[in-house]
Design a binder for this molecule. Structure first.
Ligand SMILES: CC1=C(CCC(=O)O)c2cc3nc(cc4[nH]c(cc5[nH]c(cc1n2)c(C)c5CCC(=O)O)c(CCC(=O)O)c4C)C(CCC(=O)O)=C3C
Ligand SMILES: [Fe+2]
Length: 345
Protein backbone atom coordinates (compact mmCIF):
# COMPACT_ATOMS: atom_id res chain seq x y z
CA UNK A 1 0.00 0.00 0.00
CA UNK A 2 2.64 2.52 -1.02
CA UNK A 3 0.97 5.54 -2.61
CA UNK A 4 4.19 7.60 -2.90
CA UNK A 5 4.67 10.03 -4.64
CA UNK A 6 0.95 10.73 -4.30
CA UNK A 7 -0.29 12.42 -1.15
CA UNK A 8 -3.92 12.85 -2.29
CA UNK A 9 -6.59 11.73 -4.75
CA UNK A 10 -8.74 14.10 -6.76
CA UNK A 11 -12.11 12.88 -8.04
CA UNK A 12 -12.72 14.83 -11.25
CA UNK A 13 -16.23 15.05 -12.67
CA UNK A 14 -18.68 16.99 -14.79
CA UNK A 15 -20.97 18.56 -12.17
CA UNK A 16 -24.66 19.24 -12.48
CA UNK A 17 -27.38 21.60 -11.21
CA UNK A 18 -28.77 21.20 -7.69
CA UNK A 19 -31.98 23.26 -8.04
CA UNK A 20 -34.12 24.85 -10.78
CA UNK A 21 -32.28 28.23 -10.57
CA UNK A 22 -29.01 26.43 -11.32
CA UNK A 23 -30.10 24.93 -14.65
CA UNK A 24 -29.52 27.92 -16.96
CA UNK A 25 -26.17 28.97 -15.44
CA UNK A 26 -25.04 25.32 -15.50
CA UNK A 27 -25.94 25.00 -19.19
CA UNK A 28 -24.11 28.27 -19.87
CA UNK A 29 -21.01 26.86 -18.16
CA UNK A 30 -21.19 23.65 -20.22
CA UNK A 31 -21.75 25.27 -23.58
CA UNK A 32 -19.86 28.58 -23.43
CA UNK A 33 -18.23 29.04 -26.82
CA UNK A 34 -19.31 25.62 -28.08
CA UNK A 35 -21.95 26.68 -30.60
CA UNK A 36 -24.90 24.70 -29.24
CA UNK A 37 -28.20 25.93 -30.77
CA UNK A 38 -30.65 27.66 -28.43
CA UNK A 39 -33.40 25.11 -29.14
CA UNK A 40 -31.15 22.28 -27.99
CA UNK A 41 -30.37 24.13 -24.75
CA UNK A 42 -34.06 24.71 -24.07
CA UNK A 43 -34.74 21.04 -24.71
CA UNK A 44 -31.97 19.89 -22.35
CA UNK A 45 -33.17 22.42 -19.75
CA UNK A 46 -36.53 20.63 -19.88
CA UNK A 47 -34.87 17.28 -19.20
CA UNK A 48 -33.49 18.74 -15.97
CA UNK A 49 -36.87 20.34 -15.14
CA UNK A 50 -38.51 16.95 -15.41
CA UNK A 51 -36.30 15.90 -12.49
CA UNK A 52 -37.00 19.02 -10.38
CA UNK A 53 -34.06 21.00 -11.79
CA UNK A 54 -31.63 18.63 -10.11
CA UNK A 55 -29.07 16.38 -11.74
CA UNK A 56 -28.36 13.04 -10.07
CA UNK A 57 -24.63 13.41 -10.75
CA UNK A 58 -23.51 15.26 -7.60
CA UNK A 59 -25.15 12.81 -5.21
CA UNK A 60 -23.71 9.91 -7.21
CA UNK A 61 -20.23 11.40 -6.87
CA UNK A 62 -20.76 11.82 -3.11
CA UNK A 63 -21.71 8.14 -2.92
CA UNK A 64 -18.59 7.22 -4.88
CA UNK A 65 -16.45 9.39 -2.58
CA UNK A 66 -17.87 7.69 0.49
CA UNK A 67 -17.32 4.24 -1.03
CA UNK A 68 -13.74 5.16 -1.97
CA UNK A 69 -12.97 6.46 1.53
CA UNK A 70 -14.28 3.23 3.03
CA UNK A 71 -12.40 1.02 0.55
CA UNK A 72 -9.14 2.93 1.14
CA UNK A 73 -9.55 2.74 4.92
CA UNK A 74 -10.33 -1.00 4.76
CA UNK A 75 -7.14 -1.56 2.76
CA UNK A 76 -4.85 0.65 4.82
CA UNK A 77 -4.45 3.24 2.09
CA UNK A 78 -4.17 6.53 3.91
CA UNK A 79 -4.80 9.25 1.30
CA UNK A 80 -7.19 12.20 1.51
CA UNK A 81 -9.71 12.34 -1.34
CA UNK A 82 -10.80 15.69 -2.83
CA UNK A 83 -13.55 16.32 -5.37
CA UNK A 84 -13.90 18.94 -8.09
CA UNK A 85 -16.08 19.47 -11.19
CA UNK A 86 -15.74 21.13 -14.57
CA UNK A 87 -19.15 22.79 -14.65
CA UNK A 88 -20.60 23.13 -11.17
CA UNK A 89 -19.82 23.51 -7.50
CA UNK A 90 -17.56 22.10 -6.06
CA UNK A 91 -15.34 23.45 -8.85
CA UNK A 92 -11.91 22.05 -9.66
CA UNK A 93 -10.26 25.40 -8.95
CA UNK A 94 -11.62 25.40 -5.38
CA UNK A 95 -10.51 21.80 -4.84
CA UNK A 96 -7.00 22.70 -6.09
CA UNK A 97 -6.82 25.73 -3.76
CA UNK A 98 -7.92 23.54 -0.84
CA UNK A 99 -5.27 20.94 -1.69
CA UNK A 100 -2.59 23.64 -1.87
CA UNK A 101 -3.58 25.07 1.50
CA UNK A 102 -3.62 21.57 3.02
CA UNK A 103 -0.05 21.04 1.80
CA UNK A 104 -0.81 18.46 -0.89
CA UNK A 105 2.07 18.22 -3.38
CA UNK A 106 1.00 15.57 -5.91
CA UNK A 107 -2.53 14.23 -6.46
CA UNK A 108 -3.64 11.32 -8.63
CA UNK A 109 -6.76 12.34 -10.60
CA UNK A 110 -9.57 9.89 -11.22
CA UNK A 111 -11.89 11.17 -13.96
CA UNK A 112 -15.48 9.88 -14.14
CA UNK A 113 -15.11 9.27 -17.85
CA UNK A 114 -13.62 5.97 -19.00
CA UNK A 115 -12.79 6.69 -22.66
CA UNK A 116 -10.65 8.90 -24.91
CA UNK A 117 -12.31 11.97 -26.42
CA UNK A 118 -11.96 15.72 -26.14
CA UNK A 119 -14.94 15.84 -23.71
CA UNK A 120 -13.79 12.92 -21.56
CA UNK A 121 -10.00 13.27 -21.75
CA UNK A 122 -8.34 16.42 -23.05
CA UNK A 123 -10.94 18.92 -21.81
CA UNK A 124 -10.46 17.55 -18.28
CA UNK A 125 -6.67 17.89 -18.68
CA UNK A 126 -7.22 21.51 -19.75
CA UNK A 127 -9.49 22.06 -16.73
CA UNK A 128 -6.83 20.54 -14.46
CA UNK A 129 -4.17 22.82 -15.95
CA UNK A 130 -6.35 25.85 -15.23
CA UNK A 131 -7.27 24.62 -11.75
CA UNK A 132 -3.63 24.33 -10.59
CA UNK A 133 -2.19 27.22 -12.63
CA UNK A 134 -0.09 29.29 -10.21
CA UNK A 135 -0.48 26.77 -7.38
CA UNK A 136 2.22 24.44 -6.11
CA UNK A 137 0.23 21.23 -6.64
CA UNK A 138 1.15 18.62 -9.23
CA UNK A 139 -1.63 16.53 -10.80
CA UNK A 140 -1.40 13.20 -12.65
CA UNK A 141 -4.46 11.97 -14.51
CA UNK A 142 -4.91 8.19 -14.07
CA UNK A 143 -5.10 6.16 -17.29
CA UNK A 144 -8.32 5.44 -19.19
CA UNK A 145 -10.00 2.43 -17.63
CA UNK A 146 -12.57 1.32 -20.24
CA UNK A 147 -10.88 -2.11 -20.45
CA UNK A 148 -10.04 -2.52 -16.74
CA UNK A 149 -11.72 -5.56 -15.12
CA UNK A 150 -13.20 -3.24 -12.47
CA UNK A 151 -15.17 -1.46 -15.20
CA UNK A 152 -16.09 -4.22 -17.68
CA UNK A 153 -16.71 -6.75 -14.87
CA UNK A 154 -19.68 -4.91 -13.30
CA UNK A 155 -21.05 -4.18 -16.80
CA UNK A 156 -20.82 -7.87 -17.71
CA UNK A 157 -22.58 -8.86 -14.49
CA UNK A 158 -25.33 -6.27 -15.15
CA UNK A 159 -25.77 -7.50 -18.73
CA UNK A 160 -26.17 -11.10 -17.53
CA UNK A 161 -28.80 -9.96 -15.02
CA UNK A 162 -30.63 -8.03 -17.76
CA UNK A 163 -30.69 -11.11 -19.99
CA UNK A 164 -32.05 -13.19 -17.14
CA UNK A 165 -35.01 -10.81 -16.93
CA UNK A 166 -35.46 -10.64 -20.69
CA UNK A 167 -33.97 -13.82 -22.19
CA UNK A 168 -33.08 -13.92 -25.90
CA UNK A 169 -33.07 -10.13 -26.15
CA UNK A 170 -31.01 -8.12 -28.58
CA UNK A 171 -28.39 -6.23 -26.53
CA UNK A 172 -27.80 -2.55 -27.36
CA UNK A 173 -24.65 -1.00 -25.94
CA UNK A 174 -25.11 2.75 -25.65
CA UNK A 175 -22.79 5.68 -25.21
CA UNK A 176 -22.80 9.47 -25.58
CA UNK A 177 -22.67 10.59 -29.21
CA UNK A 178 -19.87 13.02 -30.12
CA UNK A 179 -19.14 14.91 -33.35
CA UNK A 180 -17.42 12.79 -36.03
CA UNK A 181 -14.53 15.28 -35.92
CA UNK A 182 -14.09 14.71 -32.17
CA UNK A 183 -14.08 10.96 -32.75
CA UNK A 184 -11.44 11.33 -35.51
CA UNK A 185 -9.14 13.22 -33.11
CA UNK A 186 -9.68 10.99 -30.08
CA UNK A 187 -6.48 9.23 -29.02
CA UNK A 188 -4.56 11.17 -31.73
CA UNK A 189 -5.25 12.35 -35.31
CA UNK A 190 -7.28 9.77 -37.27
CA UNK A 191 -7.19 7.23 -34.42
CA UNK A 192 -10.94 7.17 -33.68
CA UNK A 193 -10.10 5.83 -30.21
CA UNK A 194 -13.54 6.76 -28.82
CA UNK A 195 -15.43 4.56 -31.26
CA UNK A 196 -12.89 1.71 -31.17
CA UNK A 197 -12.73 1.62 -27.37
CA UNK A 198 -16.53 1.37 -27.18
CA UNK A 199 -16.52 -1.48 -29.74
CA UNK A 200 -13.90 -3.22 -27.62
CA UNK A 201 -15.95 -2.84 -24.42
CA UNK A 202 -19.12 -4.04 -26.19
CA UNK A 203 -17.28 -7.10 -27.46
CA UNK A 204 -15.63 -7.87 -24.08
CA UNK A 205 -18.99 -7.62 -22.28
CA UNK A 206 -20.76 -9.65 -25.00
CA UNK A 207 -18.19 -12.44 -24.72
CA UNK A 208 -18.34 -12.39 -20.92
CA UNK A 209 -22.13 -12.38 -20.72
CA UNK A 210 -22.69 -14.86 -23.57
CA UNK A 211 -24.53 -12.31 -25.71
CA UNK A 212 -25.41 -13.47 -29.22
CA UNK A 213 -26.98 -10.47 -30.91
CA UNK A 214 -25.66 -7.01 -30.11
CA UNK A 215 -25.03 -3.58 -31.55
CA UNK A 216 -23.60 -0.20 -30.52
CA UNK A 217 -25.83 2.90 -30.54
CA UNK A 218 -25.52 6.49 -29.35
CA UNK A 219 -27.57 8.91 -27.26
CA UNK A 220 -27.62 12.59 -26.31
CA UNK A 221 -26.69 14.02 -29.72
CA UNK A 222 -26.26 17.77 -29.49
CA UNK A 223 -24.71 20.50 -31.65
CA UNK A 224 -25.93 21.91 -34.93
CA UNK A 225 -27.95 19.61 -37.21
CA UNK A 226 -25.37 20.43 -39.93
CA UNK A 227 -22.45 18.75 -38.17
CA UNK A 228 -22.09 14.97 -38.28
CA UNK A 229 -22.22 13.07 -34.98
CA UNK A 230 -21.78 9.35 -34.30
CA UNK A 231 -24.85 7.28 -35.24
CA UNK A 232 -27.20 5.45 -35.02
CA UNK A 233 -29.18 7.29 -32.39
CA UNK A 234 -30.70 4.80 -29.95
CA UNK A 235 -34.29 5.79 -30.90
CA UNK A 236 -33.68 5.34 -34.66
CA UNK A 237 -31.88 2.12 -33.89
CA UNK A 238 -34.87 0.77 -31.90
CA UNK A 239 -37.09 1.47 -34.94
CA UNK A 240 -34.66 -0.34 -37.26
CA UNK A 241 -34.43 -3.33 -34.93
CA UNK A 242 -38.20 -3.44 -34.68
CA UNK A 243 -38.48 -3.49 -38.47
CA UNK A 244 -36.06 -6.40 -38.47
CA UNK A 245 -38.37 -8.34 -36.13
CA UNK A 246 -36.71 -7.66 -32.75
CA UNK A 247 -39.28 -7.41 -29.93
CA UNK A 248 -37.09 -7.31 -26.84
CA UNK A 249 -33.97 -5.29 -25.99
CA UNK A 250 -31.52 -5.08 -23.12
CA UNK A 251 -29.81 -1.67 -23.04
CA UNK A 252 -26.30 -1.46 -21.55
CA UNK A 253 -25.09 2.12 -20.91
CA UNK A 254 -21.35 1.48 -21.35
CA UNK A 255 -20.60 5.19 -21.82
CA UNK A 256 -21.55 6.24 -18.28
CA UNK A 257 -19.99 5.30 -14.95
CA UNK A 258 -23.21 6.01 -13.05
CA UNK A 259 -26.85 7.01 -13.62
CA UNK A 260 -26.26 10.50 -15.04
CA UNK A 261 -29.01 12.58 -16.62
CA UNK A 262 -28.25 10.96 -20.00
CA UNK A 263 -29.10 7.59 -18.46
CA UNK A 264 -32.23 8.58 -16.55
CA UNK A 265 -33.59 10.86 -19.28
CA UNK A 266 -32.17 9.83 -22.68
CA UNK A 267 -32.41 6.10 -21.95
CA UNK A 268 -34.90 5.47 -19.12
CA UNK A 269 -37.36 8.13 -20.26
CA UNK A 270 -36.98 8.84 -23.98
CA UNK A 271 -35.65 5.55 -25.40
CA UNK A 272 -37.96 3.56 -23.15
CA UNK A 273 -40.93 5.55 -24.49
CA UNK A 274 -39.80 4.78 -28.05
CA UNK A 275 -39.62 1.07 -27.23
CA UNK A 276 -43.04 1.16 -25.58
CA UNK A 277 -44.56 2.90 -28.61
CA UNK A 278 -43.12 0.13 -30.79
CA UNK A 279 -44.35 -2.56 -28.42
CA UNK A 280 -40.84 -3.75 -27.54
CA UNK A 281 -39.78 -5.06 -24.14
CA UNK A 282 -37.01 -2.83 -22.78
CA UNK A 283 -34.63 -3.24 -19.87
CA UNK A 284 -31.82 -0.83 -18.99
CA UNK A 285 -29.11 -2.46 -16.89
CA UNK A 286 -27.04 -1.01 -14.04
CA UNK A 287 -24.07 1.31 -14.52
CA UNK A 288 -20.92 0.57 -12.41
CA UNK A 289 -21.92 3.22 -9.80
CA UNK A 290 -20.44 2.09 -6.48
CA UNK A 291 -19.99 -1.58 -7.40
CA UNK A 292 -17.20 -2.84 -5.07
CA UNK A 293 -15.08 -3.94 -8.07
CA UNK A 294 -15.37 -0.49 -9.63
CA UNK A 295 -14.39 1.17 -6.34
CA UNK A 296 -11.46 -1.25 -5.91
CA UNK A 297 -10.37 -0.40 -9.47
CA UNK A 298 -9.66 3.18 -8.40
CA UNK A 299 -7.37 1.94 -5.63
CA UNK A 300 -5.67 -0.40 -8.11
CA UNK A 301 -5.12 2.43 -10.62
CA UNK A 302 -3.66 4.70 -7.94
CA UNK A 303 -1.21 2.06 -6.67
CA UNK A 304 -0.30 1.01 -10.22
CA UNK A 305 0.52 4.59 -11.23
CA UNK A 306 2.32 5.29 -7.96
CA UNK A 307 4.64 2.32 -8.60
CA UNK A 308 5.17 3.48 -12.20
CA UNK A 309 6.04 6.99 -10.98
CA UNK A 310 8.62 5.46 -8.63
CA UNK A 311 10.12 3.57 -11.57
CA UNK A 312 9.12 0.16 -10.23
CA UNK A 313 7.75 -2.67 -12.40
CA UNK A 314 3.94 -2.72 -12.43
CA UNK A 315 1.22 -5.19 -13.31
CA UNK A 316 -1.45 -3.35 -15.28
CA UNK A 317 -4.80 -5.10 -15.27
CA UNK A 318 -6.76 -5.13 -18.54
CA UNK A 319 -9.26 -7.37 -20.30
CA UNK A 320 -9.49 -7.95 -24.08
CA UNK A 321 -7.06 -7.11 -26.86
CA UNK A 322 -6.18 -3.45 -26.39
CA UNK A 323 -3.72 -3.49 -23.48
CA UNK A 324 -3.36 -0.66 -20.97
CA UNK A 325 -3.93 2.92 -22.08
CA UNK A 326 -1.00 5.36 -21.69
CA UNK A 327 -0.29 7.09 -18.35
CA UNK A 328 0.59 10.34 -20.09
CA UNK A 329 -1.32 11.47 -23.14
CA UNK A 330 0.79 12.32 -26.20
CA UNK A 331 0.76 16.00 -27.20
CA UNK A 332 -1.82 15.50 -29.96
CA UNK A 333 -4.14 13.23 -27.93
CA UNK A 334 -7.85 14.19 -28.26
CA UNK A 335 -6.89 17.59 -29.69
CA UNK A 336 -9.67 20.11 -30.24
CA UNK A 337 -8.96 22.09 -33.39
CA UNK A 338 -11.30 24.89 -32.30
CA UNK A 339 -9.24 25.94 -29.31
CA UNK A 340 -5.63 25.22 -28.39
CA UNK A 341 -5.38 25.30 -24.60
CA UNK A 342 -2.59 24.16 -22.26
CA UNK A 343 -3.17 20.81 -20.53
CA UNK A 344 -1.57 18.73 -17.78
CA UNK A 345 0.38 15.71 -19.12
C1 LIG B 1 -18.36 12.23 -24.45
C2 LIG B 1 -19.23 12.95 -23.45
C3 LIG B 1 -19.49 12.58 -22.15
C4 LIG B 1 -18.99 11.33 -21.46
C5 LIG B 1 -17.70 11.61 -20.77
C6 LIG B 1 -17.88 12.32 -19.46
O1 LIG B 1 -18.57 11.78 -18.58
O2 LIG B 1 -17.31 13.41 -19.30
C7 LIG B 1 -20.33 13.57 -21.57
C8 LIG B 1 -20.80 13.57 -20.25
C9 LIG B 1 -21.75 14.42 -19.70
N1 LIG B 1 -22.43 15.42 -20.35
C10 LIG B 1 -23.29 16.00 -19.44
C11 LIG B 1 -24.15 17.07 -19.71
C12 LIG B 1 -24.12 17.83 -20.88
N2 LIG B 1 -23.32 17.63 -21.98
C13 LIG B 1 -23.58 18.59 -22.94
C14 LIG B 1 -22.96 18.73 -24.17
C15 LIG B 1 -22.03 17.84 -24.75
N3 LIG B 1 -21.56 16.66 -24.22
C16 LIG B 1 -20.65 16.09 -25.07
C17 LIG B 1 -19.95 14.90 -24.88
C18 LIG B 1 -19.93 14.18 -23.68
N4 LIG B 1 -20.59 14.53 -22.52
C19 LIG B 1 -20.56 16.95 -26.22
C20 LIG B 1 -19.64 16.70 -27.39
C21 LIG B 1 -21.41 18.02 -26.02
C22 LIG B 1 -21.62 19.20 -26.93
C23 LIG B 1 -20.99 20.43 -26.38
C24 LIG B 1 -19.49 20.27 -26.33
O3 LIG B 1 -18.87 20.11 -27.42
O4 LIG B 1 -18.93 20.30 -25.22
C25 LIG B 1 -24.57 19.47 -22.40
C26 LIG B 1 -25.13 20.72 -23.07
C27 LIG B 1 -26.45 20.45 -23.67
C28 LIG B 1 -26.28 19.56 -24.87
O5 LIG B 1 -25.59 20.02 -25.79
O6 LIG B 1 -26.78 18.45 -24.83
C29 LIG B 1 -24.93 18.97 -21.14
C30 LIG B 1 -25.97 19.53 -20.19
C31 LIG B 1 -23.14 15.36 -18.16
C32 LIG B 1 -23.91 15.71 -16.87
C33 LIG B 1 -25.11 14.82 -16.80
C34 LIG B 1 -25.90 14.98 -15.54
O7 LIG B 1 -26.31 16.11 -15.21
O8 LIG B 1 -26.14 13.96 -14.88
C35 LIG B 1 -22.19 14.37 -18.32
C36 LIG B 1 -21.67 13.41 -17.29
FE1 LIG C 1 -22.17 15.87 -22.34
Amino acid sequence: MDPRPFDAILLVSFGGPERPEDVVPFLENVTSGRGIPRERLEEVGQHYSLFGGKSPINELNLELLEALRKDFADHGLDLPIYWGNRNWDPYLRDAARQMASDGVTHAACFVTSAYSSYSGCRQYREDLYDATNGLDVKLSRLRHYFNHPGFVGPLTEATKAGLEHLPDSHVIFVTHSIPDSMNEASGGPGKKAYELQHHEVASIVSNGAGVEKWSLAYCSRSGSPHTRWLEPDINDHLRDLHEGGVRSVVVVPIGFVSDHMEVIYDLDTEAMATAKELGMAFERVDTPGTHPDFVAMVRDLVLERAAAERGEPVARLTVGDFGPSHDRCPADCCFNARADHPTIA
